[in-house]
Design a protein around this ligand. Structure first.
Ligand code: PLP
Length: 231
């Protein structure tokens, strides 16, 4: 099926339940992204800073770019002027650097805390306790140029739907807990980003508000060998 047909099918399913579709365009060409753009898709996700910056420069400026891959502190400055949402915040140090670069650009940058839910050691993210320690810390309270709007998680890469369901359930439950304890008055704290091509239906059933879908939109990725193991 074409990119347009894939998107149309996904939007039919997602729009009526108000789940946001982030079209994950990593490794895909500007032409493929434009094919999606022309159907009205505006939210795209990338996981490498350099690739994201190149695409930002070449493509229409009303695209809302999300960073979904691991972010090194020294690279925040390249995306701070334009990024819509950084989904992969996995340390206080990174959040402090995002705050600093956001201030330089005179803006507030929306972020999700990436929470570790998978039963694998290769995935980045914060543990539940680390999130709570961070939210309680005086350092966090000082950050005025970042706004935490929710959480993001990646389930274990497994065929076992029961395990995936439990991991998403844990993330959704954790979200509710920290909303109650730390963000009760903040309407903007509302996102649970979970679900990819293979598991988004389970994620939605568990309360996802935002799914990150690549291959089901653009087709399988042919990953250049130098990118393997670099998230
Ligand atoms: C690549 C990627 C996705 C999309 O994966 P698909 O299986 O192609 O849908 C979602 N989230 C993250 C963090 C990714 O790196």
């Amino acid at each position: 099926m074409s990119i347009a047909a894939n998107l149309s099918e996904l939007h039919d399913e997602l729009d009526r339940i108000q789940v946001e579709l982030v079209a994950v365009s990593k490794t895909k060409s500007n032409e493929e992204i434009m094919e999606a753009y022309e159907t009205g898709q505006r939210v795209f996700g990338e996981n490498h800073v350099q690739e994201l910056v190149d695409k930002y420069e070449a493509l229409p400026k009303d695209i809302k770019w999300h960073l979904i891959g691991h972010l090194q502190s020294n690279k925040v400055k390249y995306i701070a002027p334009f990024i819509t949402l950084i989904q992969s915040v996995d340390s206080l140090k990174l959040l402090q650097e995002i705050n600093k670069q956001a201030l330089k650009n005179n803006r507030v940058i929306d972020c999700l805390l990436q929470v570790y839910i998978a039963d694998e050691d290769t995935k980045f993210g914060l543990g539940f306790d680390e999130v709570i320690d961070m939210l309680r810390s005086p350092e966090f309270a000082e950050l005025k140029n970042v706004r935490v709007t929710g959480v993001m998680g990646i389930a274990t890469n497994t065929d076992n739907p029961k395990q995936i369901r439990e991991e998403f359930y844990e993330l959704a439950t954790f979200f509710k807990g920290i909303k109650q304890s730390f963000f009760r008055k903040e309407k903007s704290f509302k996102e649970i980003s979970m679900g990819m091509s293979t598991d988004y239906k389970i994620a939605i059933e568990q309360g996802s508000t935002m799914v990150r879908i690549g291959s089901t939109v653009f087709g399988k990725r042919v990953i250049p060998h130098f990118k393997i193991n670099k998230n």
